[in-house]
Design a binder for this molecule. Structure first.
Ligand SMILES: [Zn+2]
Length: 320
């Protein structure tokens, strides 16, 4: 097939890394755009037909020693969701596919993921109008499902680029207005993380509280990058060698300072969310990733090919 030949020829010496997040069995009505399990399995089957999937840590080593197999690809997940144990992980195992899960560790210490807190709060906010009294969040309707979906999007957009302190203040007010406690928000448990690890999947770090690193103080950067590694290693009882930058866009979400902090913390590689593929010249500390989302096979092949032709953007690094 011509598309397979195209992928084969374009991917010589190139590494495609795919990124997923939550994979629910059924999409939450408030987040209908999530990739549900059925679509995820379809994406996996399509990927398997085009690529050879290998563990990310091995692939990064191969990339820089010129031993990358043809059509090499890796599968990764970010954040940490309990649904993975009953959906994504069994789907991967059924196909004998490796994946690496980059985990936000605050959820093991009683702080659920910030966007999951928004979701839980918006679900319960009393209507018919949402008004926390912030000038940047003018009052809006909560009358219908579409209104609540819009509130989720608006809050994620407005709270993403804030300091950790400011974001927490607003989340607490939001939760108070909705009557939501931390215990009402779904989190992954330490036992579930150990379960993933013991199934042979890779475990990487994705900070403690999922801040935008460029909005963190130097102390917060050290904690969010170095502290999370120690925390996760303590839970799984093994090495955690990979890091995923939160939100992950070079320049917008992290800079050279954070790449340096990742190196200082002892990680061996790190991944971004900039589209594109890595080759031997790509820094192992800024491996690009891509999320395919197409529903039809021809469209997905088109997305994969376009990604194979995209050069990653990287922030400059200090020479070792
Ligand atoms: Zn994330």
């Amino acid at each position: 097939m011509i598309s397979t030949l195209m992928v084969r020829s374009l991917s010589r010496g190139k590494l495609s890394v795919f990124l997923f997040h939550k994979v629910p069995r059924q999409c939450d009505p408030l987040v209908p755009a999530d990739v549900d399990l059925m679509r995820f399995e379809h994406l996996l089957d399509h990927m398997c037909s085009q690529f050879e999937v290998l563990p990310l840590e091995d692939a990064v080593d191969c990339l820089h020693t010129d031993r990358l197999p043809p059509c090499a690809a890796c599968i990764t997940f970010d954040d940490g969701y309990p649904d993975w144990l009953i959906g994504a992980a069994p789907a991967l195992r059924k196909r004998n596919l490796h994946a690496t899960f980059f985990i936000t560790s605050g959820q093991f210490a009683g702080v659920p993921l910030w966007h999951e807190r928004i979701l839980a709060a918006v679900r319960r906010l009393p209507g018919p109008v949402f008004d926390l009294g912030f000038p940047f969040l003018p009052a809006q309707s909560l009358a219908g499902l579409d209104d609540r979906r819009r509130q989720v999007q608006r809050l994620e957009h407005e709270l993403k680029y804030l300091t950790l302190h400011r974001r927490e203040q607003i989340l607490l007010q939001l939760e108070a207005a909705a009557g939501v406690q931390a215990a009402d928000v779904p989190v992954m448990s330490e036992a579930q993380l150990r379960d993933l690890h013991s199934q042979g999947f890779g475990i990487g770090a994705h900070t403690i509280l999922h801040p935008i690193l460029d909005y963190c103080s130097p102390e917060e950067v050290e904690r969010e990058i170095g502290g999370v590694r120690e925390h996760l290693q303590g839970i799984v009882g093994g090495q955690v060698n990979g890091f995923a930058y939160p939100n992950g866009r070079p320049y917008a979400d992290f800079s050279r300072l954070h790449v340096d902090a990742v190196k200082r913390a002892g990680y061996r590689y790190a991944v971004t969310t900039h589209w594109g593929v890595a080759d031997a010249a790509t820094s192992p500390f800024q491996i690009p990733r891509f999320t395919p989302w197409a529903e039809r096979d021809w469209h997905m092949t088109y997305q994969l090919v376009r990604n194979l032709m995209t050069a990653p953007v990287q922030v400059p690094e200090v020479a070792a």
